[in-house]
Ligand binder design. Sequence first.
Ligand SMILES: [Ca+2]
Length: 190
Amino acid sequence: MNRGMKNVLMAGVAAIALGFAGTARAELITNGSFEGGLSPWTLQNLGVDYDYEFVTNFGFSGTNSVRFGHGATANTSLFQNVAISAGESYHFSMWVYNNGVGDDELIVRSFKNGSWQEDYAMGIVPTGLESWGEFTIDFTANFDADELWIQGRDQIATYYVDDVSLTVVPGPASATLLGVGGLAWLRRRR
Ligand SMILES: [Ca+2]
């Protein structure tokens, strides 16, 4: 193997190593599995309906999850402090178990200093019935935020959420920088 080929090979190995480092995404949610109890989540309902609970006998992971029950006038809210930055891209995921066909609602949104910022998802529970299904959203934040909220209700039945996850998706800007850096390195070594 000549020296030039060896350099190219080494550059490839370096690029692969950097690529792996880039895909190891840090989890931004604390205790997303609820196996550590409810903290640091806050679970509340500001309306007249109070059918919701932290459960310790039904989970996708382990035994704990949060149940969103029936409510006619208000959504149950489940939230915790998460730093979200405008312009960053995120991958949100959680597992949902939906009981029965109901007039259900599921919202994922952000707040900052107690004020609503934006919705990342709003609609019915899109996963199947009577089984755990993964619910995911990929979004780019338009506004900074300090809280991630999951809100919902099920008019005549109930659904459970578990294993909540939020990670930053490396943007095209960092990928371009990596590519340019790799090329510059190759040229220097020739
Ligand atoms: Ca769990």
